[in-house]
Design a protein around this ligand. Structure first.
Ligand code: 13P
Length: 249
């Protein structure tokens, strides 16, 4: 019922030429995949180049951030219309690196999410706890706070624009993947929260991706969990070989 999503977050990697080459290799290996939606999220400068290479395939293009205002004097920012124009159908919002290093808060996540609701884009909204928060037993409180803040003011109809990504900060780039049981437990808590806020039917439709050291050799067991509907991949998406093995989990 929920088509899985395998998304590659390229973060700050790849020039345009490198982006074209990686996209061509992924398209050759996975362009016809129907068991999941493949999403590539290159840096802004490579969006158009990647879009050019994905034409004629079902691969979707995502940006890594977006501003909430439609236009204006916001030096360094990118609008929704610009992303649509570059060929994007999705945008990552509230990644932990944006929260950690660039002052993103639940409130600014919420502004971005609300702006996306009035567009053709889907938002991949990222949440997740730090190691200190997990060790302090605060996972559920924190997740609830990020969901309530980031999705404030949304209706059950608007949930069709939302994909969630649970990315425990302690698992990102560390090689320390959450165990399938830990990930499933949090994914289920997220879906239970969505059910309470928006109704069971709407909650059952929302894809919840797991992110944090997803690799070819751990993706299958994660994907077997009932509430894990895909992966948001960092390091392992930068080489076609490993990303293709993840796509064909
Ligand atoms: P890694 O797969 O490198 O841990 O990164 C995960 C991530 O942050 C994806 O958004």
């Amino acid at each position: 019922m929920r088509l899985p999503v395998i998304a590659g977050n390229w973060k700050m990697h790849k020039t345009m030429e490198e982006a074209r080459a990686l996209t061509r290799a992924i398209k050759d290996g996975a362009g016809g995949a129907t068991h999941c939606t493949v999403v590539l999220a290159p840096p802004f400068t490579s969006l158009a180049a990647v879009c050019g290479e994905t034409k004629g395939s079902s691969i979707q293009l995502a940006a890594q951030n977006v501003h909430w205002e439609p236009k204006g004097a916001f030096t360094g920012e990118i609008s929704i219309a610009m992303l649509e124009d570059a060929g994007c159908s999705m945008v990552i919002i509230g990644h932990s690196e944006r929260r950690q290093y660039f002052g993103e808060t639940d409130e600014t996540v919420n502004r971005r999410v609300k702006a996306v609701l009035n567009s053709s884009l889907k938002a991949i909204v990222c949440i997740g706890e730090t190691l200190a928060e997990r060790e302090a037993g605060r996972v559920h409180d924190l997740i609830t706070q990020q969901l309530a803040g980031g999705l404030a003011g949304l209706t059950h109809q608007s949930l069709s624009h939302i994909i969630l990504a649970y990315e425990p900060v302690w698992a990102i780039g560390t090689g320390r993947t959450a165990s399938p049981e830990i990930a499933q437990e949090v994914h289920k808590a997220i879906r239970d929260w969505l059910s309470r806020q928006f109704g069971t039917e709407a909650a059952q439709e929302v894809r919840i991706l797991y992110g944090g050291s997803v690799k070819p050799d751990n993706v299958s067991v994660l994907m077997r969990q009932p509430d894990i509907d895909g992966a948001l991949v960092g390091g392992a998406c930068l080489e076609a070989e490993s990303f293709l093995r993840i796509i064909h989990y």
